[in-house]
Write a protein that binds this ligand. Structure first.
Ligand SMILES: C[S@@+](CC[C@H](N)C(=O)[O-])C[C@H]1O[C@@H](n2cnc3c(N)ncnc32)[C@H](O)[C@@H]1O
Length: 294
């Protein structure tokens, strides 16, 4: 099979600085699958080349052969994680798929607010939170109807595999363009404008509702309690079918009866997990109080 020639933006073929052989792409894909569950096909060669050529340059290596040797070696662990982070897609935005937030507001929040104000525990999970707009949108949806939420036992767990996006999420700084989908009143109430046009920072109260942690969806999950809502959107799409089914199944014991699972627009709950939930709108699933036996 021919080696992959780098294609530059605009479709121009480069006199490739490096050569990415199919066997090297296989090595990289094997590691990313094993570590993060992400399936990379030969069709992703362009993306792999572009993102990892930067790493090769930064490390002063001669090319993909040396890079593959590094990430395959036990001592290459740190770079393996840099590689996984470089190859994940972090695209996200505030109030993405707004119907999920409307559903949460209309169908879940009235009960959850009563529950929290009566001293109950409310836990939501953003299971691939990227740089933060998703969990902050969940928090804003709560704050819109429950401005006293930070004084009750209401918490959003926000996790991702990539420590770089988690650091950005915890800092909570966004520019005007990123905040465009956030209604002006919510922005005024829960963000602080930074000086010198440096954007906006999620305010203390907003940040208090969200805890950011690193978590690999195909690794160990330390949490024990259940969640009244789980958002797992636009991540399992990068996994193969059996990995997706495993993730759905692992959510089921963590989803409170009546709790909602929100997934990405092109994703569907399949496999054994489907016995535990009913659909409540496109890409919204509610956990049954009792599991169906057939
Ligand atoms: C496209 S973003 C989706 C962000 C957000 N859920 C949304 O829909 O806007 C996908 C995120 O999944 C994360 N990710 C990829 N593989 C993961 C894994 N195995 N475990 C946890 N997060 C993962 C990536 O780091 C990235 O931040």
């Amino acid at each position: 099979m021919a080696s992959f020639p780098a294609v530059l933006a605009g479709g121009q073929t480069d006199q490739a600085e490096f050569t990415l052989a199919p066997s090297e792409l296989d090595t990289i894909a094997g590691i990313v699958k094993r570590e993060a569950g992400i399936s990379l096909t030969q069709a992703k060669a362009n993306l792999v080349y572009a993102r990892l050529a930067r790493r090769i340059r930064a490390l002063g290596l001669t090319g993909f052969s040396e890079y593959c040797a590094l990430v395959s070696a036990p001592e290459g662990e740190a770079e393996r994680w840099e590689m996984v982070a470089a190859l994940t897609t972090n695209v996200t935005r505030f109030f993405r798929e707004p119907h999920h937030f409307e559903h949460m507001r209309a169908k879940l929040l009235p009960d959850l607010i009563l529950h929290a104000r009566a001293g109950g525990r409310v836990r939501l999970w953003s299971a691939a939170c990227s740089s933060g707009p998703e969990p902050y949108s969940m928090a804003l949806t709560i704050l819109r109807d429950m401005s006293d939420a930070p004084r009750h036992d209401v918490k959003i767990l926000a996790t991702d595999i990539d420590p770089n996006v988690l650091a950005a999420a915890a800092a909570g700084i966004y520019d005007e363009a990123a905040l465009a989908p956030v209604p002006a009143a919510l922005r005024q109430a829960w963000f602080e404008k930074l000086p010198n046009g440096a954007g906006w920072r999620a305010g203390k109260e907003l940040r208090r509702l969200v805890s950011f942690r690193q978590l690999n969806l195909i690794g160990a999950w330390p949490m024990k309690g259940t969640f009244q809502a789980i958002f797992c959107r636009n991540v399992v799409i990068y996994f193969d079918a059996s990995t997706q089914e495993r993730v759905w199944s692992r959510f089921m014991p963590l989803l409170a009866p009546g709790g909602a699972l929100y997934i990405g627009h092109s994703e569907r709950v399949t496999g054994d997990a489907a016995r535990f939930v009913e659909t409540d709108g496109v890409t919204i699933y509610r956990r049954f109080n009792q599991v169906r036996t057939q």
